[in-house]
Design a protein around this ligand. Structure first.
Ligand code: FAD
Length: 346
């Protein structure tokens, strides 16, 4: 069997790269072994603002301008809805924070996203004495729905195999790559935390961070915006909310824990004052990096092997831009921005 590309891993990174290949009419085969869950459990929020510091996310406008039409196109292609648009309301802890917000909303990059007005109206069920600031152009991609639908689409197209990719069976030469009975020109590894088992890229300094989320049902809470306070409350409809998320750099398992649950329950006490029931708990490992920039690029000795990883806490916004950059680098020889190029570690 001959294809142009093999993609290893079908989370947000693999999916975005597959879309680049389809648009360029390249053939490919994906391997997916269900070893990681990050893209399946993600909150899925896209938000151009760092809500802790009131600063802009790195290249926020550029990423958003590519990501929103990207997901819109996918909704049409897969004939499902997975992009829920809403605003984010940041609960202030002090008058000082209100002032900082007002100042930030005048910033050249942030003024597109931040509403300068401070909203002082109380929200039933929500704790907060200092009002809220609103972020526009935000929302949530239901990543579970998207990834599942995309995997089904690839199954119909007969270009995905649900099996582990065994790196040691890969034969790389200057002219081509062979893997079992498959011949291809390029392999792109989109393995998330699974990169730790990849002999070609395992030394990249991935600083994984386990994250856990609860889904709650709070019958007396009725908000249609994302609330950012001591934690996030993401509206799912029907008085259900995703609550999160934890950060744990020690536990490397993707299984929900009692510790994670207690941490979220404890923080939730500072956010809402209405009864709720926990209806679900999920966990996954975010592929985060020490310098908060993705890992994109080609292997220093085998340029037929490439990596698309390190999407960290913002895979939804980053994946389409990073996939485009990697594709342009491989196919059009367009140099990668040094900030994201894995050459910075070689
Ligand atoms: C609790 C939590 C909340 C989050 N919230 C948000 C959020 O609100 N917004 C946001 O933008 N981001 C969020 N993220 C981060 C986001 O999930 C990640 O940035 C993104 O999912 C990373 O995608 P990926 O494709 O690189 O990795 P993954 O999703 O981990 O995908 C890698 C895939 O490769 C497969 N794989 C690995 N090795 C092999 C192999 N050898 N053979 C075959 N298949 C293999 C795995 O099974 C997996 O499916 C959150 C993450 C967590 C854990």
């Amino acid at each position: 069997m001959k294809v142009d590309y093999i993609i290893v891993g079908l989370g947000l990174a693999g999916l975005a790269f597959a879309e680049e290949l389809i648009q360029a009419k390249k053939t490919f085969l994906v391997f997916e072994d269900a070893s990681q869950t990050s893209s399946l459990v993600a909150g899925g929020v896209y938000n151009p603002v760092v809500l802790r510091k009131f600063t802009a996310v790195w290249k926020a406008a550029e990423q958003l301008d590519l990501a929103i039409p990207f997901y819109e196109r996918l909704e049409q292609k897969l004939n499902i809805k997975f992009d829920e648009k809403f605003v984010i309301k940041r609960a202030f802890k002090s008058v000082e924070e209100q002032n900082n917000w007002f100042a930030a909303s005048d910033n050249l990059v942030l003024k597109r996203f931040l509403n300068p007005a401070i909203e002082n109206k109380k929200v039933p069920g929500v704790i907060g004495d200092f009002g809220f600031g609103t972020v526009n152009e935000t929302g949530r991609i239901d990543t579970l729905k998207l990834v599942k639908a995309y995997r089904n689409f690839l199954m119909d197209e007969k270009c995905i195999r649900f099996e582990k990719f065994e790196h040691l069976k890969l034969k790389v030469s200057a002219e081509k790559i062979t893997y079992k009975e498959i011949e291809c020109k390029q392999v792109v590894f989109c393995e998330g935390f699974g990169i730790k088992g990849n002999p070609f890229f395992k030394d990249l300094p991935l600083e994984e961070a386990k994250g856990e989320l609860l889904t709650i049902h709070a019958p007396e809470l009725n908000i249609d915006f994302l609330l950012k306070s001591a934690l996030f409350l993401i509206p799912l409809g029907d008085n259900r909310y995703k609550v999160g998320a934890t950060f744990n750099h020690v536990d490397k398992t993707a299984t929900p824990s009692e510790k994670g649950k207690l941490e979220l329950v404890d923080k939730l006490k500072k956010v809402i004052n209405v009864p709720y029931e926990i209806i679900d708990q999920t966990a996954g490992i975010r592929p985060t990096t020490n310098d908060r920039r993705p890992f994109i690029g080609q292997h220093k000795e085998h340029n037929r092997l490439a990596v698309l990883n390190g999407l960290g806490t913002r895979g939804v916004m980053l994946a389409p831009t990073m996939a485009r950059n990697l594709f342009n680098c491989i196919e059009k020889d367009i140099a990668l921005d040094l900030e994201i190029d894995i050459k910075r570690f070689q």
